[in-house]
Design a protein around this ligand. Structure first.
Ligand SMILES: Nc1ncnc2c1ncn2[C@@H]1O[C@H](COP(=O)(O)OP(=O)(O)O)[C@@H](O)[C@H]1O
Ligand SMILES: [Mg+2]
Length: 442
């Protein structure tokens, strides 16, 4: 159901309840006021009759006098007077003229009518006859008045409701227009059209939503561009690696194999120095073994699966210490991390490798510390990495594919990554990732 339909329905139900309760209260009020009015008029009439007739009755009055008295009383509102004739029947003495007032419907009359008093009077005339009159309260005038008031109340309520409905629907129209534009904006984001922005809205709440949608669109645009760049870069790296590999195979392997082949031919020549040639072949083989090991390490740290993360990291650090003896490299490793899954171990290893490469390439540091520890509670442990160097740092540092790839690795594992760099203060790379334990078949 639409929001407009829902609110209109709620208002309608409320209005119906208000009208019913209001109607009942109005009728009750009308009934009370009719009763009050009629009773007070009746009592007043009785007092007038008591005063007028008792005085005249004592002396005895003529027909003309008592009829005048009755006419006077009949002027009082809400009274109905009839005369009892000789046969004992009540005769309408005074038929009120029909002043064309709207007669209320029967149900209303029944609802506001209660029982009203009546009184009988004997009037002694001068000629010795006694006339009897019956005085009854007649509420019809009052009921007509109450009906008029009730109808006016009803129409004022109807007008008020109409105005409320109109106002709400006008506000709704502008709100729904904003909602429609926001939905269109979200669809554009969904279909990857990040260029078109939502306009500002007059209603502040919608404006806040539109601002957030625009920001979301910007963030998605940046993420998409980063992803595309990273994918391109990854493919480029792959191609470079293949080219390097083939060059190394050609240069190192090819040359060494050619040399070994040449030596095997030379060894057959009469007078050849067998032991010298054999030493040379052994030397070439050692060199080849070194080359193969280095190539394998670049392609994939094989020892990760066999020796575990700790030993592989120590191996990596030792290799860098050997290559750069002037750089002090400190490794603080938590042995519990040897139990993490192979996937997580690869990420930790690659991040450490990239950080060390960056330190050597960009930092001009004398010291780098790698802290790789397990933290957090037993139920939700995480691996926390902090690689800090004392190099030159830099304002614009951290914008490259190496840092982007590290961030991607960490965020893909559901973790958080931070690259902090300050000129002269060195760089600190921090990452934390939720720990995934080794599965049984790893
Ligand atoms: N440890 C560091 N010390 C100083 N600058 C660094 C450090 N690590 C990274 N940077 C800076 O951040 C940039 C981005 O690094 P990275 O994404 O790894 O790209 P790349 O190493 O290919 O240049 C580097 O070009 C460098 O300017
Ligand atoms: Mg780098």
């Amino acid at each position: 159901m639409s929001l407009r339909g829902l609110i209109n329905r709620r208002i309608l139900i409320t209005v119906i309840i208000i009208t019913i309760v209001g109607g009942i209260l109005t009728i009750w009020q009308a009934r009370q006021s009719v009763e009050r009015e009629v009773t007070s008029s009746f009592n007043l009439a009785l007092q007038m009759i008591d005063l007028g007739f008792s005085h005249l009755s004592r002396t005895g009055m003529t027909e003309h006098q008592w009829l005048r008295q009755i006419s006077a009383i009949q002027q009082t509102r809400h009274l109905h007077i009839s005369i009892v004739n000789e046969q004992g029947e009540e005769v309408e003495w005074f038929v009120p003229e029909n002043d064309e007032e709207e007669v209320p419907p029967g149900w209303f009359v029944r609802a506001v009518t209660s029982t009203y008093p009546s009184a009988n009077y004997n009037v002694h005339l001068a000629d010795g006859r006694t006339k009897q009159i019956v005085v009854r309260a007649d509420p019809i005038d009052e009921i007509i008045e109450a009906w008029g008031e009730s109808v006016a109340y009803f129409w004022s309520v109807v007008t008020m409701i109409g105005v409320i409905f109109l106002a709400i629907n006008i506000v709704f129209n502008s709100m729904l227009q904003a909602v429609r534009s926001i939905v269109v904006g979200l669809r554009r984001v969904e279909s990857g059209q990040y260029g078109r922005k939502l306009p500002p809205f007059k209603i502040s709440e919608f404006d806040a939503i539109a601002t957030e949608v625009n920001r979301l669109s910007d963030a998605l645009k940046v993420a998409k561009e980063n992803n595309q760049a990273l994918a391109r870069h990854t493919m480029q790296i792959q191609e470079n690696e293949r080219r390097n590999l083939s060059r190394e195979l050609h240069d190192e392997m090819g040359q060494s194999l050619t040399a070994i082949k040449a030596m095997s031919t030379a060894i057959r020549q009469p007078g050849a120095d067998v032991s010298k040639v054999s030493d040379s072949i052994a030397e070439i083989c050692n060199h080849l073994a070194g080359v193969v090991r280095s190539m394998m390490r670049t392609l994939h740290p094989l020892s990760l699966a066999d020796l575990g993360l700790g030993a592989t990291l120590t191996d990596l650090v030792n290799e860098w210490r050997r290559r750069y003896p002037e750089l002090v490299i400190k490794l603080d490793y938590d042995d519990r991390l040897d139990q993490v899954s192979h996937e997580l171990a690869i990420h930790v290893y690659r991040i450490a490798q990239e950080c060390l490469t960056n330190v050597v390439r960009h930092a001009q540091a004398t010291k780098v510390t790698l802290t790789i520890r397990q933290e957090g509670e037993q139920s939700s442990p995480r691996v926390v990495m902090r690689i800090r160097d004392d190099g030159q740092g830099g304002e614009a540092a951290g914008h490259g594919f190496g840092v982007l790839a590290m961030r991607e690795r960490v965020e893909n594992m559901g973790g958080r990554f931070r690259f902090e760099s300050e000129a002269g203060e060195g760089v600190c790379v921090s990452a934390w990732m939720p720990i995934i334990e080794k599965s049984e078949n790893e």
